[in-house]
Design a protein around this ligand. Structure first.
Ligand SMILES: [Zn+2]
Length: 294
């Protein structure tokens, strides 16, 4: 089985990106794994601190490991938005393939110092683990926001990105380039899309030469995704879109079967709905190289 590092290198060479989908229950995990299996592409399963607290750090790791072994699909596991070294070490010990060590809310010097320390500590637990660092402001929750938030003041500059990568020795960088966690109501209705600062992404890539992750991808314009991946994005995070599909299809399934109490009769349509969203995003992220060459 390939390592996440190898899969990332291949994605960079081919001009495609790895889809990253957060999960907080078995329905979402089954949907994401089935989508990757159907398309035969690698995928990253993400679990933030809140999602890990709910499912159990070691339980998620065991589930993903068993899916990977059984399907042969390169399914990797990422500890998303981890805000303390203790929580990061817990994930590293449980066997996660990568960790997003996110101290972007702290002052610059503290973010640099603690991220550097975390890289050393986590690689001593698991030498092959990849550490992603974060700078800039991309908002917080992967949920539905009443209004669009102005994050223009927190955009990452190429100079900051280069300085941060060199000072911390992280493997992957998550910049702020017009992306944002969560979706506005108008985005959920399909009336508005997020737009990305493509030139900024290209400049950050040129300055750092490391794999780049785009957080907060839900609701982003498809053409912007293609351009962002061509400009150097290697991992794209989608969470809210899956959560919306999960909730809407669950409500529909319950309404359609008001007297049903058997979970495995209520939930398959939810898995199917979430899987369709994941497939549509994986198709887009993995077709970029072909589009650029055409
Ligand atoms: Zn994120």
């Amino acid at each position: 089985m390939q390592t996440l590092r190898e899969v990332l290198d291949q994605a960079q060479q081919r001009g495609v990106a790895i889809g990253h989908f957060n999960i907080s229950d078995l329905v979402l995990l089954k949907a994401v794994a089935a989508a990757a299996q159907e398309l035969g592409v690698p995928v990253l399963v993400g679990a933030s601190q809140g999602e890990r607290d709910f499912m159990g750090v070691r339980q998620i790791a065991a589930l993903v490991r068993s899916l990977r072994e059984e399907s042969g699909v390169p399914i990797f596991l990422n500890a998303d938005h981890t805000h303390s070294l203790a929580k990061a070490e817990e994930a590293a010990r449980a066997g996660f393939d990568s960790i997003v060590f996110d101290l972007s809310a702290l002052p610059w010097d503290e973010n640099v110092r603690q991220t550097r320390e975390a890289v050393i500590a986590l690689k001593s637990i698991s030498p092959s683990i990849l550490i992603e660092g974060e700078i800039g402001d991309i908002g917080t929750g992967s949920e539905i926001h009443e209004t669009t938030i102005d994050l223009s003041k927190g955009l990452t500059t190429p100079e900051e990105a280069k300085q941060f990568v060199e000072a911390t020795d992280i493997d992957i960088l998550a910049p702020a380039a017009g992306n944002m966690h969560g979706m506005s109501r108008s985005m959920v209705r399909g009336e508005a899309r997020k737009h990305l600062d493509i030139k900024r992404i290209a400049d950050i890539k040129a300055a750092t030469q490391v794999p780049l992750t785009l957080h907060g991808g839900s609701g982003t314009d498809d053409e912007d995704f293609r351009k962002a991946i061509a400009a150097g994005i290697n991992i794209v995070h989608i969470n809210t879109e899956l959560r919306v599909a999960w909730r809407q299809s669950l409500e529909a399934s319950l309404a359609k079967n008001p007297d049903e109490v058997v979970p495995y009769k209520i939930l398959p349509s939810v898995i199917e709905a979430v899987k369709e969203v994941a497939i549509s995003r994986l198709r887009l992220f993995n077709s970029v190289g072909l589009v650029v060459q055409a």
